[in-house]
Design a protein around this ligand. Structure first.
Ligand SMILES: [Fe+2]
Length: 316
């Protein structure tokens, strides 16, 4: 039985909050589906969740805007390097015109890999994104003003990890966490889980000479990727398997309000997470009103005004 059923979310350390909201909502047509605050110490930081209008797992990217706190991270190997969003075939020219109109930096060349055309562009904090054309993605379109359904993003297509060594990580994907190898193209290795296709794809980029990146939270890196698991029972089965095979760098199951998380390091150093899909964003906001209000965990509710007063104002 497959335990990891594609992506749940990606978590990214970015620069300023408003430019991050503008990138996902105004440029890419994503919905801001949850606004909350992280407090680990004295200084609050926003925790912003973007995805399709339903906030479905597999469409979610979450941000910590670290500029206000001044915490930088270093890009390098041992990290998720690229977030790839899927769009229908024939969409890249629309997006290039949109990038031009909105002054978003993008690569001049459209490249093709594993039979899919892809367009690289950049988040204001420097993180790389690709739009990947696929007609295999049946998820609902992320509709927004100026983005026709025929070209709209469907969700996270795949992620690209930067790894100095790949041999043990390939074994880990195939023999430990239930992915299967589906192809190699030069320095790229592709894996799929569960039903395969967009939302189920991980790529390795073998970069033996790339210096190791930092693994702590900070501005400018993708901190971790979360895969979807049904519930804590499935999470526990995965943890038991990791332990049995010697991968003991795993966390307890942590309550994240909207899901439960178990973190584990893969051999190449990238932080993976197994996040449950049995809770969701509708526990404190009605579907259709996701992301409208600020939501704090119960132990911080009394300090809402004070904490928000110390954060840069944002509007979606
Ligand atoms: Fe996470």
């Amino acid at each position: 039985m497959t335990i990891l059923k594609g992506f749940h979310h990606l978590t990214v350390g970015v620069r300023h909050a408003q430019e991050d909201v503008d990138f996902y909502v105004k440029l890419l047509g994503q919905s801001l589906v949850k606004k909350t605050v992280l407090l680990d110490g004295e200084d609050p930081i926003y925790h912003l969740y973007y995805g399709n209008a339903n906030g479905d797992p597999g469409t979610l990217v979450t941000s910590f805007p670290f500029r206000q706190r001044g915490v930088m991270a270093r890009q390098g190997s041992g990290q998720v390097r690229i977030i790839n969003y899927s769009v229908p075939v024939g969409s890249l020219e629309f997006w290039r015109r949109r990038f031009d109109a909105m002054a978003v930096p993008y690569d001049r060349e459209i490249v093709e890999r594993f039979g899919e055309r892809r367009q690289r562009f950049h988040h204001p904090c420097g993180i790389e994104f690709d739009l990947v054309e696929s007609d295999l993605d049946a998820r609902p379109a992320c509709l927004a003003s100026g983005i026709p359904e025929a070209h709209a993003i469907r969700g996270v297509h795949s992620i690209t990890l930067s790894l100095r060594d790949v041999a043990e990580s390939i074994r880990f994907m195939n023999e430990v966490i239930g992915f299967r190898s589906v192809g190699q193209a030069g320095s790229y290795y592709r894996f799929e889980t569960y039903t395969g296709g967009p939302g189920m794809i991980v790529e390795f980029l073998h970069e033996p000479d790339r210096l190791q990146g930092s693994s702590t939270y900070g501005e400018g890196t993708i901190h971790h990727v979360a895969f979807a698991v049904d519930n804590v029972e499935q999470q526990a089965i995965l943890k038991e398997k990791l332990f049995a095979l010697g991968y003991i760098d795993t966390s307890e199951s942590v309550h994240r309000n909207y899901f439960r998380s178990m973190y584990f390091k893969m051999p190449g150093g990238v932080m993976f997470e197994a996040a449950t899909t049995d809770i969701g964003f509708a526990i404190d906001e009605d579907p259709g009103h996701l992301g409208e209000a600020f939501h704090l965990p119960p132990w911080l509710v009394d300090r809402k005004d004070e904490l928000l007063g110390r954060l840069e104002p944002i509007s979606a």
